[in-house]
Design a protein around this ligand. Structure first.
Ligand SMILES: *Cc1c(COP(=O)(O)O)cnc(C)c1O
Length: 265
């Protein structure tokens, strides 16, 4: 797919929402862009789930976002997610953990999360399953793949993904929902797009090999800077923080240390 985006990703200023009205506006803006991107490639916008990402956002502002219509929230770090899920329990939102999991935090995730999007090792799968079985719960999971062909810390190599998926049925509390990736941190659209194409191609190939491997074979890809490109390439879930909540002060290297030297979108 080629269009006017195929040069540099646009630079957005991501205004900070501090009232329900402003959240409603930001969410409407994102939903409008989701719909436009889907329509450009003949997709139904309803196939794309918007997962708002509330990391670093204080709880009082998260409450406003929920009042504005957010029914589920993504958090990168287990500690922060756990705190928010406790303090905001009255809101009844579904929590999605989208960042790397240390095995010693599996119990926490099993207790409060409804989804984990960054599964990339069997130790974490085993630890989660044990805790989930004990709690009588199940968890939706996405398997994280490293599509940027760079030595990243997190995510499976595409060529290792099939073998990994074949191990997962033994963990019966985990419901595999699809694949997840982070594109390369770059403002160069063709390089970003290539990552999304790689994930979709892998998904298609795995689905053809064995339709049971991947559940409903979703594609979680795209964040504030690149979700429109991701949707053009087949994303079924976009994880959007700054475009809803406002520009984050915390540098991205806090979440992805290996990317500290990349040029950022
Ligand atoms: C923070 C984060 C996002 C959202 O990033 P924004 O730039 O705020 O949209 C998406 N995915 C993961 C894994 C994240 O940690």
């Amino acid at each position: 797919m080629t269009n006017e985006l195929d040069a540099e990703l646009p630079v957005h200023d991501f205004p900070t929402a501090t009232s329900v009205t402003e959240f409603v506006q930001n969410i409407a803006e994102v939903r409008g862009r989701i719909a436009a991107a889907a329509e450009r490639v003949g997709r139904n916008p309803h196939e794309v789930r918007l997962l708002p990402v509330s990391k670093t956002v204080p709880e009082d502002r998260v409450r406003l976002a929920v009042q504005a219509g957010c029914r589920e929230l993504g958090e990168n770090k287990v500690q922060e997610a756990k705190r928010k899920s406790t303090n905001l329990a009255d809101l009844g939102v579904a929590w999605s953990v989208i960042g790397h999991l240390q095995t010693n935090k599996a119990r926490d995730v099993a207790a409060f999360a409804s989804e984990f999007q960054a599964l990339d090792n069997l130790r974490a799968a085993a630890a989660l399953d044990r805790r989930l079985q004990a709690a009588g719960r199940s968890l939706d999971v996405f398997v994280q793949v490293n599509t940027s062909a760079e030595p990243q810390k997190y995510g499976l190599a595409p060529e290792d993904t099939e073998a990994f998926l074949r191990e997962l049925p033994q963990f019966s509390s985990l419901r595999v929902r699809g694949l997840m990736t982070l594109a390369i941190f770059s403002s160069d659209v063709p390089r970003v797009r290539e990552c999304f194409v790689r994930l979709r191609t892998l998904r298609d190939r795995l689905r053809e090999t064995d339709p049971d491997l991947l559940g409903d074979a979703g594609l979680s890809m795209g964040m504030s800077g690149d979700y429109e490109v991701a949707i053009e390439e087949g994303a079924t879930c976009v994880r959007v923080g700054q475009a809803i909540f406002g520009k984050r002060q915390t540098p991205d290297s806090e979440y992805w240390p290996e990317m500290a030297t990349e040029d950022h979108a």
